[in-house]
Design a protein around this ligand. Structure first.
Ligand code: ADP
Ligand code: MG
Length: 263
C-alpha cells in the first residue's frame, strides 16, 4: 500500500470513529498477509472486533450511568438461603419480559434479606441486554424532585426519570414522606405507568404505604398504578448480614434488624 493510501485509510477510519479497526489494522494486515487470509476474512475479523469493543464499552457506560451503589449480580445471590423467593419467578424476570412490557416489580421484606441485591442484579441483567437503567433510593429521588420543583424544573426532571427503560427505586419506607413528597412520588409513578418498568423495594407492607406516604388516598392511587401490572416478591426470612455475623461468632446483635429498622 502506498503511503498516501495508508494515511488516507487511517484518517478515514478516525473520521468514521472506527477506532478499534484503526488500532489493530496494521498488525492484523501483516498477520493476514503472512497467513494468506482472504479479504472477506480480514474485513470480517476487523468489523467483529470493532462491534465487540463498542458493545462492551456501551455496556460499561450504561453501568456507570446506572449509579449502582455496589455491584451485585443474580449469579452471586444464594437462592438456597432465601427459600421464600420462588426461583421460577426470578427466572421469568431474568428474561426481561417485564422491561419489554413496562411492568413493575416490588421486592418487600425486612432489612438484610437481599431486596437491593436482587433489584441491582436485575438491573445488571437489563444492562447486559442493552437497556438503560437508573438506580436511586427513594429519599434521593424525592430530594432531586423537590430541588427540581423549587427551580421550576419538575417537568424536565420527571421526563429525565421517565426515559430510563428500567428505574430502581430502593428503600421506600425507611423515611416517611411528607405530603408534598408523596405527591411527587405519585407523579413519578404516573409518568412511568405502562410506559417503562420500575423496580420498587420496601421494608414495609403495602398496607403500611398509607402511613409512609402520610396520605391514604395518594398511597392508594400510587399502589393502584404500581400493582396493575406487577410481580410482587415478598422475602421472608433471616437477614443475610446477620447470618454472616453469626458465622464469625457474633451472637448478640440487636433485634432491631429483624423488625424493620434502618437499612
Ligand atoms: P436489603 O436490601 O433487603 O436490606 P441487601 O440486598 O442489601 O438487603 O443484602 C444485604 C447484604 O447481604 C448484601 O451485601 C447482599 O449482597 C447480601 N445478601 C443478601 N441476601 C443474599 C443471598 N441470598 N445471597 C448472597 N448474598 C446475599
Ligand atoms: Mg437495601
Amino acid at each position: 500500500m502506498d503511503n498516501l493510501a495508508y494515511e488516507r485509510l487511517h484518517a478515514n477510519l478516525k473520521a468514521l470513529n472506527l477506532n478499534t479497526i484503526d488500532t489493530i489494522l496494521d498488525n492484523h494486515l501483516e498477520a493476514a498477509a503472512s497467513e494468506g487470509k482472504s479479504i472477506t476474512d480480514v474485513l470480517d475479523h476487523l468489523f467483529e472486533e470493532e462491534v465487540k469493543t463498542r458493545n462492551s464499552s456501551a455496556m460499561e457506560t450504561r453501568m456507570k450511568l446506572a449509579g449502582f451503589p455496589v455491584k451485585k449480580t443474580l449469579e452471586d445471590f444464594d437462592f438456597s438461603f432465601q427459600p421464600s423467593i420462588d426461583p421460577a419467578v426470578i427466572n421469568e424476570l431474568r428474561t426481561l419480559r417485564f422491561v419489554h412490557n413496562a411492568d413493575s416489580v416490588c421486592l418487600l421484606g425486612p432489612p438484610g434479606v437481599g431486596k437491593s441485591h436482587v433489584a441491582i442484579g436485575l438491573g445488571v441483567e437489563a444492562i447486559r441486554k442493552g437497556f438503560s437503567v437508573y438506580y436511586t433510593t427513594a429519599s434521593s429521588l424525592l430530594d432531586k424532585l423537590k430541588k427540581a420543583e423549587q427551580r421550576d424544573q419538575l417537568d424536565k426532571k420527571l421526563r429525565t426519570y421517565a426515559k430510563y427503560k428500567l428505574l430502581i427505586v430502593d428503600e421506600i419506607g425507611y423515611l416517611p414522606m411528607r405530603r408534598e413528597e408523596a405527591h411527587l412520588f405519585f407523579q413519578m409513578v404516573s409518568r412511568r405507568y405502562e410506559k417503562a418498568s420500575t423496580i420498587f423495594t420496601s421494608n414495609k407492607t403495602f398496607s403500611e404505604w398509607g402511613e409512609i406516604m402520610g396520605d391514604t388516598v395518594i398511597a392508594a392511587a400510587t399502589l393502584d398504578r404500581i400493582l396493575h401490572h406487577s410481580t410482587v416478591i415478598s422475602i421472608k426470612g433471616e437477614s443475610y448480614r446477620l447470618r454472616a455475623r453469626r458465622r464469625v461468632g457474633i451472637q448478640s446483635f440487636p433485634v432491631k434488624e429483624a423488625t424493620g429498622g434502618a437499612p
